[in-house]
Design a protein around this ligand. Structure first.
Ligand code: NAD
Ligand code: UFG
Length: 347
């Protein structure tokens, strides 16, 4: 694990989408180990207040430009002035349902945005990119846990944009031996920074389980809808691999200077075990002391019963391993919600 003590090489890192959920936590860890950070984000789903809080948590400065990654001039300006040595690329849209309803928007923003970013990197001879991909690229499991060799067959436009971008990055690295691309396939990121200062703040009704549970606990939602109780899992509810956002953030730090990584590398980032909806609800009730009202609904369209990661490749190649369990995930999520009942609103 990379800690402040053993981290030697400091880099200038451009973080696209750094004002978002995973990006803001990664900025904290980048600053904690001494990297210089520049964030580009168009704030379509991010919060400038989160960046101010990142500065507060770390007591370090970070630069920010409000721009779209499809704006070539804005990117050129950043590359010419900040001269990043690496890019961590979070910026993109991530709502599966919206991607089905409006696929062109997803191809335009996610794929178009990534091409625009890689073009700017090529021009500036910035040769190192780390990309936020998703376990959703695997599709219906042929076996579990998923390892990186598992066939890919994403079942919605969002997932297809992720796989396309992975392939584009792979092709981009083949052009020049100096180029390096690391694809991180996240499983289910949850939790918050333990200060309670930054966390996940979905706009509107949460699509994902953890923020929904937390909003029932803090009184913003009346009850949780549990989608399906007839899956072939321990208790019939869906099972996922929940990974603490700080463990995920630390995986990005690990990618930057690892000489064990190939020039193009794909790594699963998950905890390596699955937790059902009912198990997560029960742990959250225990930590918060609040009963979570719930109702069973039919299965959600497109949902898989269960999946989890084999994260051993990331452990071998980066000396990375997840250290925060479900209890810690619930504690940190609950602290964030208690301290920020209206999220970043009002700032
Ligand atoms: P998020 O929406 O909180 O963060 C994304 C950030 O990118 C936001 O701040 C948004 O304003 C910004 N952005 C979007 N389009 C942009 C554009 N064209 N130009 C500039 N900025 C733009 O999402 P997150 O949960 O932090 O996810 C980060 C990345 O990780 C995404 O690429 C997402 O697809 C991927 N991912 C997320 C999950 C998850 O469950 N959260 C799982 C797997 C992969
Ligand atoms: N669930 C409920 N009620 C809810 C929300 C979710 O019962 O209100 C259940 C789901 O049916 C599923 C589990 O909780 O069994 C987890 O659902 P999430 O929506 O939190 O997560 P998903 O695994 O469906 O999807 C997430 C992201 C995807 C990403 C995937 C893998 O939303 O974009 O993780 O990384 F691709």
């Amino acid at each position: 694990m990379n800690t402040q003590k053993d981290w030697k090489i400091k880099m200038r890192v451009l973080v696209t989408g750094g004002a978002g959920y995973i990006g803001s936590h990664t900025c904290v860890e980048l600053l904690n180990v001494g990297h210089e950070v520049f964030v580009v984000d168009n704030l379509c789903n991010g919060h400038e207040a989160a960046l101010e809080r990142v500065r507060g948590i770390t007591n370090r400065e970070l630069q920010f430009t409000n721009a779209d990654i499809r704006d070539a001039n804005a990117l050129d300006n950043i590359f010419n002035t900040f001269k990043p040595e690496a890019v961590i690329h979070f910026a993109g849209l991530k709502a599966v349902g919206e991607s089905v309803a409006n696929p062109l928007k997803y191809y335009e923003v996610n794929v178009g945005g990534s091409i625009s970013l890689l073009s700017a990197m090529s021009k500036a001879e910035c040769n190192n990119i780390v990309f936020s991909s998703s376990a959703t690229v695997y599709g219906k499991p042929k076996y579990l846990p998923y390892d990186e060799e598992h066939p890919t067959n994403p079942v919605n436009p969002y997932g297809r944009t992720k796989l396309m971008i992975e392939n584009i990055i792979h092709d981009w690295t083949k052009v020049d031996l100096k180029r390096k691309g690391t694809v991180l396939r996240y499983f289910n990121p949850v939790g918050a920074h333990e200060s309670g200062q930054i966390g996940e703040e979905p706009i509107g009704i949460p699509n994902n389980l953890m923020p929904y549970i937390a909003q029932v606990a803090d009184g913003r939602r009346e009850h949780l809808n549990i989608f399906g109780n007839d899956y072939e899992t321990a208790d019939g509810t869906g099972a996922r691999d929940y990974i603490h956002v700080i463990d995920l953030a630390l995986a990005h730090i690990g990618t930057l200077n690892q000489n064990k990584l190939d020039r193009f590398e794909v790594l699963n980032i998950g905890a390596g075990k699955s937790t059902t909806v009912l198990e997560l609800v029960s742990k959250f009730e225990e930590i918060s002391g609040v009963p979570i009202k719930s109702k069973y609904l039919p299965r959600r369209d497109g949902d898989l019963a269960a999946f989890w990661a084999n994260p051993s490749k990331a452990s071998e190649k980066m000396s990375w391993k997840p250290e925060r369990n479900i209890k810690k995930i619930c504690e940190d999520t609950w602290r964030w919600h208690k301290l920020n009942s209206t999220g970043y609103e009002g700032e």
